[in-house]
Design a protein around this ligand. Structure first.
Ligand SMILES: [Zn+2]
Length: 327
């Protein structure tokens, strides 16, 4: 598909305002707007390298769809890793941007995550790729009983935000099924964000989170024979978009289990796998730059116990950082 829209600046000329002012306004309005949408359709995986019209910003366009009957493109900023929705009329897409995008922080990250030896456990990024003064807090929201939820985890983040006078960045790895079954918990998370207490990055954690007790890992999780990879990848993205949220380019494998086929599949979907070097329930201890993993769905309370025990001394490792600071 073509996303070339060289005429788009004409749209701005008629209003009397400068193109730049209007562009800024339009880009803001097409950015994160947490209102539910009644219709999401024609969802497609794309991969186009684009420039935002009237700017020097280079973005990778990676999903295309119609939201309430308006065409929208999900793009990631190749410098900041921030995803946002855009009107395709504001994008100029061409292969001429591909070399610059391959050499951008996003392009380099995408290339470093799909290299051998493809370990089955914890492949992808487990730790900051550069020195940082802080750690990355990730919490998984895998399917769980309807009433299960780690309220004490979110309460702790709320108190920390009040103490530190700033929102606490937290990355939530969410499944499509969790979103469908936990509307009230989802609203609670959104309210914390609306109040400026947390700053959420939504990580894709597959739609159904395949898992069978007692089955070897080589045939479990996403390696379960017969699962539908496209449905698993696109499901949580669509559930987030319908709820007015913007999925990031980060992906977490259920159980942190993957193989080469899946790692390459993520790259072809413009996604970056995020593992962990500090899965607290497994006894791993956070270091500077660690990606901490806990479960906020109530399925692994010992991880939250350890997190709450560690939290008062966490500032020795610096602040909590958004995943966009990993590279
Ligand atoms: Zn999980």
């Amino acid at each position: 598909m073509s996303l070339n829209h060289k005429k788009s600046l004409k749209v701005f000329a008629v209003s009397g305002l400068s193109a730049v002012t209007l562009l800024a306004g339009l880009m803001q309005s097409s950015a994160k707007a947490a209102v539910p949408h009644s219709e999401l359709g024609n969802y497609q995986v794309i991969q186009s390298d684009c420039q935002v019209t009237g700017t020097s910003d280079l973005v990778r366009a990676y999903r295309s769809f119609e939201l309430d009957h308006e065409k929208r493109i999900l793009v990631v900023d190749t410098q900041t890793f921030q995803s946002r929705l855009m009107d395709p009329r504001l994008l100029e897409c061409s292969d001429e941007f591909s070399v610059a995008i391959a050499q951008s922080p996003y392009g380099r990250a995408l290339n470093t995550t799909d290299s051998a030896p493809f370990p089955m456990a914890d492949d992808g990024i487990q730790h900051s790729q550069k020195p940082v003064d802080g750690v990355f807090l990730t919490a998984d929201l895998c399917p769980a009983g309807a009433h299960k939820f780690e309220q004490r985890f979110f309460d702790a983040l709320e108190h920390l935000a009040i103490d530190r006078h700033q929102p606490i960045p937290v990355s939530l790895a969410v499944t499509g099924l969790w979103l469908k079954g936990h509307e009230a918990h989802f609203q609670e998370i959104r309210n914390l964000e609306k109040k400026g207490l947390i700053q959420v990055t939504w990580i894709n954690h597959t739609h159904s989170h395949p898992y069978r007790v007692g089955v070897p890992e080589s045939r479990n999780f996403v390696l379960t024979p017969g699962i539908h990879p496209e449905a698993e990848i696109q499901g949580p993205e669509m559930e987030l978009l319908k709820r007015g949220e913007v999925p990031s380019v980060f992906f977490r494998f259920p159980g942190l289990i993957s193989n080469e086929t899946w790692i390459r599949r993520l790259k072809s979907h413009s996604l970056i796998p995020v593992g962990s070097d500090a899965w607290l329930a497994k006894g791993q201890k956070p270091q500077s730059g660690s990606i901490i993993l806990v479960h906020a769905n109530g399925n692994e309370p010992e991880g939250i116990d350890r997190f709450l025990h560690w939290l008062p001394k966490s500032s020795a490792l610096g602040s909590f950082l958004p995943l966009t600071d990993l590279f």
